[in-house]
Write a protein that binds this ligand. Sequence first.
Ligand code: MV4
Length: 451
Amino acid sequence: MFKKILIANRGEIALRVIRACRELEIETVAVYSEADRESLHVRFADDDVCIGPPPARDSYLKIPRIIAAAEITGADAIHPGYGFLAENAEFAETCQASNVTFIGPTAEQIRVMGDKAAARRAMTEVGVPIIPGTPGPVEDPDEALGFARDIGFPVIIKAAAGGGGKGMRVAKSVDDFARSFQLARSEALSAFGNGDVYVEKYLSRPRHVEFQILGDRHGNVIHLGERDCSVQRRHQKLIEEAPSPAVDPDLRARMGEAAVRGAKAIEYVGAGTIEMLLDEDGSFFFMEMNTRIQVEHPVTEMLTGIDLVKEQIRVASGEPLSVRELPALRGHVIECRINAEDPSRNFQPSPGKIEAFHPPGGPGVRLDTHVYAGYTVPPFYDSLLAKLICQGRDREEAMTRMRVALESFIIEGVTTTAPFLSRVMTHPSFRAGDIDTKFLEREGQLMKEPV
Ligand code: MV4
């Protein structure tokens, strides 16, 4: 087992990883930018190193500084958290070359799944259903139009280097195809330095259902069930829950088997997520694989009782998974992401000083946060303040606990999304589980404070 882990991240996930290390009796190193001097991850770690000025590209994204910090402090492993360098294959390679274990999959696994066209091919080879589309990237607009006609409109043009919604264009008919195709190509080139795009059938109201995967170096790969992340805004998830209201035990078994088959195809090691689209008719398709721990991992932890971060650390040190099959699911779990943003102003960030802070509690309530009274939310990073996770014996109880917890959560000094989230908890469509990726677009009045 490792002796000392450097956490190449900040905020709530840095605290989450430190907790797992404490339980495993592993020492910790925090790295921080000049904007994060007063952050709790710096106080809670055994050792800390300042790695540069506030902008992430000058600190949390600077590979040589993070490697140097590990060498200076004698860390033998690095946990990347999510975001920043978590899915950077070059970083994973540099860690290995510096004799520091990267807590995550191999650089090669990150690379395959980072190339969405390559990932589609890998899944096709092992029979995991993918959305009907081109076998690989297409360059010629006429050839692409031919594929689009075969697939049937509407189609979606996606950047091979994209993911998370960047570099996507929908073409409704033959008429707007050429324009959408060119736009997608030039967007992909300027955003990713890679103009490769592929074409898929466009599903108009899918659900986003993702499977949690764990793999070890002994050939064990399991899934820990799904999370439904259909409540999103501009590809930012706001609410996640499990089990999905649209997945029954039979569908879970079939989707989970496909997810495990896909992960086994690349001999996946570590925690990962297979994202799928679930269509209205119950058909499901592989969309992408995220090769990191995700923001919403506590949903699965609360539903299964498994500590995913401890499993990540165990398998990175060469130990086998401590769990080999899906445990009994404990009722229903919902997570709300509470951001320092103003929903009535287009979710504009609202950084500043937290003047008062009183967290919710009680049975079935978990709060993952780095915020405290007197803390100043810096303007340089994402605006996540806290993740509130509520469990109940059933969905009804989980929703009620969430509403009560949101209503009793006191955060003063910055505008937060908590009141908006509590309105979602009482929305009839949400309560009925009738949600898809267009839910918030349809329900614009949710963004406005009732008078
Ligand atoms: C799609 C789609 C419909 N049809 N692909 C969005 C993020 C990126 N990973 C892929 N995404 C989508 N791909 C086909 N063929 C709809 C989306 C999509 C979406 C997916 C999941 C959650 C929210 C979404 C919001 C808009 C579009």
